[in-house]
Ligand binder design. Structure first.
Ligand SMILES: [Zn+2]
Length: 78
């Protein structure tokens, strides 16, 4: 099941979100947000989104819940 997140410019930013992380458009790998500096970049407008910014863009409560979990894990890393 695809849970996409769309950039402010209208381009699809993230193709999938699960408990492992997010999968950016055109990527085979997941960004896990283990570090608070991890981010996703839009292929179209080069806007950068960290996990907190993705939460603001997400539209489904399920995706927001997953992102909140990822964000919490990234803050545990010292
Ligand atoms: Zn964009």
């Amino acid at each position: 099941m695809t849970q996409g997140i769309t950039c402010s410019c209208g381009a699809l930013l993230v193709e999938d979100v699960d408990e492992r992380g997010v999968r950016p458009v055109g990527s085979d790998g997941f960004i896990t947000f283990r570090r608070t500096t991890d981010y996703v970049m839009c292929e179209k407008c080069m806007a950068m989104y960290d996990v907190r910014s993705l939460i603001e863009k997400a539209t489904s409560s399920e995706v927001i819940g997953l992102l909140e979990t990822l964000a919490a894990h990234s803050q545990d890393d010292e």
